[in-house]
Design a protein. Structure first.
Length: 264
């Protein structure tokens, strides 16, 4: 897939499922682990392209993720879907609005925009908009239309399914494909993954789940695409400890962890 940009880095801002890991009040071995790789904030990632930052989802941990990674500038947020663990932090872009004196570009489907309007009516309501509310520009995206994230930067949407009826957008840029919150991927959309050198895919846990790929289902997708490297994300405490699960994975498959950076 042709691309004019050269310098792309992916930072895993969070790699946990909607509860985060540790889960509140849980005393399982994963939630009480001392390994920093077993501390998982809600799933989000950041693309840094030619020095500019673009975030994929702003969940409830967005504020802390921006502070932890010392992010001083933000161009845009691209949303995968409207679940709260992926949108709840939108209000915190205010800090960037003040600091940079600019609007943040939001890219999402019409369905996600409708949800954002319900969740954050004050951002969109001209009458109640007051000084200090988040300032955004929105662009609607569609599954079959590559879009310009910035000038010369094209993202290719890939639509996957969460429950049977909830569309989630994955994204491909150059040799990188990022997919979270998938349960099924149609053969047509699978074609868009072909040739990915780096594949990020969600793997919730080992046992069946109605709306997320299990570890084995994620490994099936990886096996079909055969990327150079695959990274697992959106993991639950039920999947197990990083150190123990990693040993069981194929050589090209890695459990992502919060703060991990991958050069594309
Ligand atoms: Zn999620
Ligand atoms: Zn979800």
């Amino acid at each position: 897939m042709s691309n004019t940009h050269r310098d792309i880095e992916l930072t895993f801002l969070g790699t946990g499922t909607s509860t985060g890991v540790p889960v509140i009040a849980c005393s399982c071995p994963v939630c009480t682990s001392d390994d920093p790789r077993d501390k998982r904030l809600r799933t989000s990632a950041m693309l840094t392209i030619n020095g500019k930052n673009y975030v994929l989802d702003s969940g409830p941990d967005f504020r802390y993720q921006m502070i932890r990674e010392k992010v001083g500038d933000l161009e845009a947020i691209v949303f995968t879907h409207e679940h709260r663990d992926h949108i709840a932090g939108l209000d915190d872009i205010r800090a960037f609005n003040y600091l940079l004196n600019k609007r943040i570009n939001i890219f999402c489907t019409q369905r996600v925009l409708d949800a954002l309007k319900r969740e954050f009516p004050y951002i969109f309501n001209q009458n109640t908009r007051y000084f200090g509310t988040p300032q955004i520009n929105t662009t609607i995206i569609n599954k079959d239309q590559p879009f310009l994230l910035d000038k010369d930067i094209t993202l290719h949407p890939i639509q996957v399914w969460h429950f049977e009826d909830m569309p989630v957008m994955g994204f491909r840029i150059s040799d990188l494909t990022y997919i979270t919150d998938a349960k099924t991927i149609t053969p047509e959309e699978m074609k868009k993954l072909e040739g990915s050198r780096i594949l990020v895919i969600n793997a919730l846990r080992k046992s069946r789940h109605i709306s997320h790929l299990t570890l084995n289902e994620a490994l099936d997708v990886i096996q079909a695409i055969k990327p150079e490297k695959a990274y697992l994300t959106h993991m639950s405490h039920f999947l197990g400890k990083h150190e123990e699960v990693q040993k069981t994975l194929p050589d090209n498959v890695f459990m992502a962890y919060d703060g991990l950076k991958v050069k594309i």
